[in-house]
Design a protein around this ligand. Structure first.
Ligand code: MG
Length: 380
């Protein structure tokens, strides 16, 4: 079932001591966790509903991701959700409504919710109440309340798109629902409970961040890939290395621009996600890649990582040649790589070595490059 998502990030975060959706959690903004996960789970489009005037903060938090747009929310959560629904570029069969403050959505959660929509108008992840419930006032117990049949509803909540829109149209303006299922329930719709997950916790109080940091480690897996490439020297006046054009009395021969540094890094990134090698994605027999700038290959590989909800952590490349001297160009190469990869400068290392006259690089028949890349992906 195809679906869109509305991520509600419009809260002021009064209980968490300030807006929590923009705060960093294990190296990235809270809202980014959800948007990455929903896109990786197959959301066609994600609308992020922000407080009015904070759209730019969302754009900063989501830089480099695709398939999202922002819209300004309203005075209440219900108005914010309706603004998000109205901003969807094209309706899908289903829509997921999610609180930005619940960062740990997985593909499995999304699949269970969509499956439940086969026989319902809506589906919510929910956990049975495990603690004993008390009604109290002024720190005194008034009564113990039966917890039989009581569930804690989480998000994302999934709905048939038309059903949710119609339910909101029928909702009385003066009432304030605390979730979207309540709106569908009131309109007479059926809502299924699917198993919730403690990891779908909502960041509510400042101390919740410590628990979330611990969960964040378990929610990510680190991957490593390596790549190697070599090209032959031929007649020329300049050479491309790590995305930088260097004046030289020879050039590297290849179908593309023969930038062995970028090719090795591209293979390292592809290797880390098990996505084959550069030749699979850009066949040397395909005329459209003749003379192509190799940053295009690397950007494609990084795009595959991003599409899986992943993030490049660092790359380290070694150029193996007698000439040209790499050191004078090293900082320019690092800067260019950081730009192509959209990572901080200290996440990029460029090194060079000779082979002391031995082998094909020593005889100056060609130049070789080897690279390693680490990245993180959502845990499967
Ligand atoms: Mg190559």
């Amino acid at each position: 079932m195809n679906f869109n998502a509305v991520v509600v990030a419009a809260g002021s975060g009064s209980r968490a001591g300030g807006p929590k959706q923009w705060r960093e959690l294990a190296g990235k903004p809270v809202v980014r966790w959800s948007v990455e996960a929903l896109r990786a789970a197959g959301a066609q489009a994600v609308v992020v509903v922000t407080p009015a005037g904070e759209e730019a903060r969302a754009a900063e938090a989501l830089a480099g991701l695709s398939g999202w747009i922002t819209t300004a929310g309203g005075a209440t959560r219900a108005l914010s959700v309706q603004a998000g629904l109205a901003a969807l570029p094209a309706p899908a069969e289903a829509v997921l409504v999610h609180d930005a403050a619940r960062p740990f959505v997985t593909r499995a959660h999304v699949e269970a919710l969509l499956a439940a929509l086969a026989e319902a108008d809506g589906a919510v992840p929910a956990l049975p109440v495990a603690d004993t419930l008390k009604r109290g006032a002024d720190n005194a117990v008034i009564e113990t309340v039966s917890r039989d049949g009581l569930w804690r509803a989480q998000t994302p909540q999934a709905f048939r798109h038309g059903r949710l829109v119609a339910a909101y149209d029928m909702w009385p303006g003066d009432a304030e629902p605390t979730d979207d299922a309540a709106v569908v329930e009131r309109s007479g719709g059926t809502v299924r409970l699917v198993p919730g997950d403690p990891r779908l916790m909502k960041l509510t109080y400042p101390e919740d961040f410590a628990m979330a940091e611990a969960l964040a480690g378990a929610a990510r897996q680190v991957r490593v890939g390596q790549g190697f490439d070599a090209h032959r020297w031929g007649p020329g006046e300049s050479v491309w290395l790590c995305g930088v054009k260097i004046a030289h009395d020879q050039t590297l021969v290849g179908h593309s621009d023969a930038d062995a540094g970028l090719h090795a890094i591209t293979d390292a990134v592809l290797g880390a996600i098990g996505a084959g090698d550069i030749g699979d994605h850009f066949p040397p027999t395909d005329p459209q890649w003749k003379g192509a700038p190799s940053d295009l290959f690397l950007k494609h590989a990084v795009g595959l990582v991003t599409a899986r909800g992943g993030r490049l952590l660092n790359v380290d490349v070694t150029l193996i040649c007698e000439r040209p001297k790499v050191k004078p160009h090293r900082e320019a190469m690092r800067a260019r790589l950081a730009e192509i990869l959209a990572v901080p400068l200290d996440a990029v290392s460029v090194k060079a070595t000779t082979t002391e006259g031995m082998g094909f690089t020593g005889r100056q028949e060609g130049l070789a490059a080897q690279a390693i890349a680490t990245l993180e992906l959502p845990a499967s």
